[in-house]
Design a protein around this ligand. Sequence first.
Ligand code: ADP
Ligand code: MG
Ligand code: ZN
Length: 318
Amino acid sequence: MSVDASELLDYDEVIATYEPVLGLEVHVELSTKTKMFCGCANSFGNEPNTQVCPVCLGLPGSLPVLNQVAVESAIRIGLALNCEIAPWGRFARKNYFYPDQPKNYQISQYDEPIAINGYLEVPLDDGTTWRVEIERAHMEEDTGKLTHLGSDTGRISGATTSLADYNRSGVPLIEIVTKPVEGTGERAPEIARAYVTALRDLLRALDVSDVRMDQGSMRCDSNVSLKPIGQAEFGTRTETKNVNSLKSVEVAVRYEMRRQAAVLQSGGAIVQETRHFHEDGYTSPGRSKETAQDYRYFPEPDLEPVAPTAEYVERLRQ
Ligand code: ADP
Ligand code: MG
Ligand code: ZN
């Protein structure tokens, strides 16, 4: 499958009629020595299932212990993004079924994230900057990695065999979510790319992650919607998952703008869904988006709240 140009509107026409709204969710794996909740090594590229223990395999009766360096990194990232650091917050269980996470929930943060309400000044090619507002940065754990064999696409659909590697299970992750980015007009694809670039550079300077998009230690989900110019209310968004290079962030945003505009122009409606990004520059439908209710979040009972004192946060800021 490839891009069917007849299903895309010319970019100039998109811009003449619609205003894009963006939302960028970036997951970054921290380069701590050990995992988020156990002492297993956090390193990439080893023999499958050699860096695992009862905790990161999610075996019954195992108990998580929080990695202090991961919390420090999270706070430093929050401060660098000009966020408020929460003086108290609990982890939450995000429940779902998937074989990359044998305990069938991910330990994450939900309504009590460690950092909220920040911004990043993003340098653009023309020498100006664009301020992207940050909604939140929260801590969570990565899942294991599944490899599906026997299908054309490498996806589970049509696969004959699936392999599970839990070395990545429990690797510390920070998810950084922007507020809706409005008013970019035709510069939306450029600004999306420039934001992820600036964020990568910041995280690299903080020395908290190796930020390798090609190895998955930095991953971007890009949300895009369109609304008729002048309309206040946002349109329905799609979320293109795991866009794995800076260039691809730009390509994915531009493609979704052109695709959504073509759907809207022909009288159709945008479905809220996740979409897959393909290297040759197009997106295809994923799953219809679950809502927060579907995850049955509840406070994680096996971990104490994270309660950094003002002095501690100030020391990290220094
Ligand atoms: P989800 O749980 O679906 O991933 P999040 O709140 O984590 O939702 O992320 C959604 C992202 O999309 C945020 O960056 C948010 O600002 C942005 N967003 C929300 N509504 C819209 C919209 N209508 N169009 C574009 N972006 C949106
Ligand atoms: Mg999200
Ligand atoms: Zn472990």
